[in-house]
Design a protein around this ligand. Structure first.
Ligand code: PEP
Ligand code: MN
Length: 277
């Protein structure tokens, strides 16, 4: 560490050892007492798929829905998301459920298009270093879920968050989603110690994405439990009504029954560890 250990206080820095910020999103608080679950498919594919996923998310106790219309894909030939034509689906989820909506923005055009239709903006791992985008979400007051760049140090991650805060938006939630290492069994290596380490360094809430770190549905439950046990403020998790038919990331998606089982196990673990869920 250099900047973060230095004498200069950053906006992301703690002012005192017990300094914590809870980010308010609608009627939900992230970083308060409650363990927060953001659940939904990798991408919205259709009205029916989104509604089925949203109903499962709500039944399991999620407060926010992953409502991704634009997908950053490694290959330009892979499904890129349904784009703007999914906006009526966002409105349908709003009217059919009590879920708040969280979506990924990869560009200033996405930000303009989606800003007023969602409750939380996600900056994905690939865009953590898109500093112009960080400045623009900083000018918004909408809560921002900032994912760690796949090769970003904690200092680089926190300085990316600083871009948002210094531009006026204090409503930032950090998300550890796994980093690139030499191992390829899991999709990424979940840096579970990033959670307590970030909590030493910053007052911002920290959540974990067990799905993109695991890359395999069998590893999602243990990663989620580890997140709760290590003190994360929540998880961002992929749920699909039929993972085998998913247009993206089906291997890591939980079907509703597995998701509901995990939510009940997390509830038990929360009780044992003195957390609220
Ligand atoms: C996502 O959460 O939809 C996503 C693409 O994850 P990441 O940016 O962490 O790869
Ligand atoms: Mn995905």
């Amino acid at each position: 560490m250099t900047v973060l250990d230095g004498p200069d206080q950053l906006h992301v820095s703690k002012q005192s050892p017990d300094h914590r910020t809870a980010v308010r999103c609608g009627d939900v608080e992230i970083g308060g007492d409650e363990f927060l679950v953001i659940a939904g498919p990798c991408a919205i594919e259709s009205l029916e798929q989104a509604l089925q996923a949203a109903r499962a998310a709500e039944e399991g106790g999620a407060k926010l829905f992953r409502a991704s219309l634009f997908k950053p894909r490694t290959s330009p030939y892979s499904f890129q998301g349904i784009g703007a034509e999914g906006i009526p689906i966002l409105e349908a989820i709003r009217s059919e459920t009590d879920l708040l909506l969280e979506t990924e923005v990869m560009s200033l055009a996405h930000l303009d298009l989606l800003h007023d239709h969602v409750d939380m903006l996600r900056i994905g791992t690939r865009c953590m270093r898109n500093y112009e985008l960080l400045k623009e979400v900083g000018k918004s007051r909408k809560p921002v879920l900032l994912k760690r760049g796949m090769s970003a140090t904690l200092e680089e991650f926190l300085l990316a968050a600083e871009y948002v805060l210094v531009n006026g938006n204090e409503n930032v939630v950090l998300c550890e989603r796994g980093i690139r290492t030499f191992d390829t069994y899991a999709r990424n290596t979940l840096d579970i110690l990033a959670v307590p380490a970030l909590k030493e360094l910053t007052h911002l809430p920290v959540i974990v994405d067990p799905s993109h770190s695991a890359g395999r549905s069998s590893l999602v439950a243990p990663a989620s439990k580890a997140a709760l046990a290590v003190g994360a403020d929540g998880i961002l998790i992929e749920v699909h009504p039929n993972p085998a038919a998913a247009l993206s990331d089906g291997d890591q998606a939980l079907a509703p029954p597995a998701f509901l089982t995990l939510m009940s196990e997390l509830r038990d673990l929360a009780t044992v560890t003195g957390r609220v869920f």
